[in-house]
Write a protein that binds this ligand. Structure first.
Ligand code: URA
Length: 457
């Protein structure tokens, strides 16, 4: 295989054959293709795109770089969710125990922060003692006991994705539909799922900002999943403002716990409940073990309403919070955090941010907030950076709200005075106050399936 020739063909707008993708990924995994050639190829893909056939071939090669899990022995529907990444997006922390409390097996494998977005693993690791690095055997045992695990990518599952993901993060090649689709679907298909729910973000804080393109991303992933026997549904959700109020690892863990205990911001709860409903619907359509299908892939309004009632009851009854507590304990964390979030690490410096003027909050720009959290130490600019779990923001101002000058809009959490100053500048830039109306994307714009797009807003 002459790799410079493959890079050149891609650079000039040509396509690689499925066999070439398989050989290239195999050689990269074996260590005979160096990172610098792979990163040149990734940039060529970023600029030129991939055909459907190439995307499918890359995905299959990425899955084949590792093992596939088989959780059939659980006798339960195995359903997971993955988000394309956002700011303040702590849905997974609430959703995994919630879906497990509703009778699903949820083998959630997540990532770390990527670019300006936070990662579920970093949020979980803000809980003292919490281990995300379980082995597959440990995960298997925990799944049998609790029906849920929240782990990082193990060396056995799509190992090539782990390397490509880290390289894309530092070579400006994240925002690319086929690369995102292959990255997400390679991990998920290797999990041995009977159903998958995708949360595809749209808006300025998403990796793919253009709503038309986020639909294309959703449809690409759905096609890849369905063609490989994994029923896949996507919700298109808003990322033109942070989700919920908290942005930053420990602050988000605390907000997720509030939601599990029946409180929490409305948008976070609503999005989580609707994703849980989709997971339960997929789980009850007969794929895999578990209950025979009582609900069709396109459930009636009455079936959906019944499932939603069940999901909300699992939240309000404390069943989901109890599941999270068991999960934390099983993974070495301090379960007391669910009763007492002050167990979480606390920032050294806290400052309230006041409205510089009165008017309507027109925007709270998520990308500016996400970047500031990274710069304050809450994310990585190099792959081996340590993350400070305590830093970030709690932003109570919502787009559309009328505020008065000097009214508190947010709190800044930092490790020192320089971090507070950085946070203040970020809020000055991110929160636009003026006259007129805030233009917002709907929280959940559409439900996308292999059958089509159902507008929800
Ligand atoms: N999440 C992933 O797992 N991969 C991406 O490329 C983007 C978001």
């Amino acid at each position: 295989m002459f790799v410079p020739g493959l890079i050149e063909r891609k650079r000039d707008g040509g396509a690689l054959t499925p066999g070439e993708w398989r050989d290239l990924i195999g050689a990269y995994h074996a260590g005979t293709v160096p990172d610098y050639q792979m990163s040149a190829l990734l940039m060529a893909v970023y600029l030129r795109g991939m055909t459907r056939e190439e995307t499918a071939a890359l995905l299959d090669a990425m899955v084949e770089s590792g093992r596939r899990r088989d959780l059939g022995h659980l006798g339960l529907p195995v359903v997971d969710k993955h988000s394309t990444g956002g700011v303040g997006d702590k849905v997974s922390l609430v959703l995994a125990p919630l879906a497990a409390a509703c009778g699903l097996a949820v083998p959630m494998m997540s990532g770390r922060g990527l670019g300006h977005t936070g990662g579920t693993l970093d949020k979980l690791e803000s809980i003292p003692g919490f281990r995300t690095g379980l082995t597959l055997d440990e995960t298997r045992a925990q799944m049998a006991r609790l029906g849920v695990a929240m782990i990082g990518q193990t060396p056995e599952i799509a190992p090539v994705d782990k390397r490509l993901y880290a390289m894309r993060d530092v070579t400006a090649t994240v925002e690319c539909i086929p690369l995102i689709a292959c990255s997400i679907m390679s991990k998920k298909l290797a999990e041995g799922l009977t159903g998958l729910v995708l949360d595809v973000k749209q808006g300025s804080g998403a990796f793919i900002t253009d709503p038309a393109q986020s639909l294309e991303l959703a449809q690409t992933m759905i096609r890849l999943g369905e063609d490989r026997g994994c029923p896949t549904v996507a919700l298109l959700t808003a990322m033109d403002r942070p989700l919920g109020r908290a942005c930053g690892n420990a602050l988000e863990a605390e907000e997720a716990i509030m939601a599990l205990r029946g409180g929490g911001p409305e948008d976070l709860v609503e999005e989580t409940v609707q994703e849980a409903v989709e997971m339960v619907v997929l789980g009850r359509t007969g794929g895999g073990g578990g209950q025979p299908s009582a609900v069709s892939r396109q459930p009636s309004a009455a079936d959906r309403a019944a499932i939603e009632k069940e999901v909300r009851a699992a939240l309000s009854s404390g069943k989901a919070a109890e599941k999270f507590q068991q999960l934390i304990e099983a993974q070495g964390g301090n379960p007391a955090v669910v009763e007492d979030p002050s167990v979480l690490p606390q920032a050294k410096e806290v400052e309230v941010y006041y409205a510089p003027r009165g008017g309507t909050v027109l925007r709270v720009e998520p990308r500016t907030i996400g970047r500031a959290v990274v710069e304050m130490g809450g994310g990585r600019t190099k792959a081996d950076d340590m993350v400070d779990p305590t830093v970030g923001f709690v932003i109570t101002a919502r787009p559309g709200q009328t505020v008065h000058a000097s009214e508190p809009l947010a709190s800044i959490f930092a490790k020192d005075a320089a971090g507070i100053a950085l946070g203040r500048r970020a809020l000055d830039a991110a929160i636009a106050i003026g006259e007129g109306k805030a233009e917002l994307l709907p929280l959940i714009a559409a439900r996308v399936t292999a059958q089509g797009v159902e507008a929800l807003a």
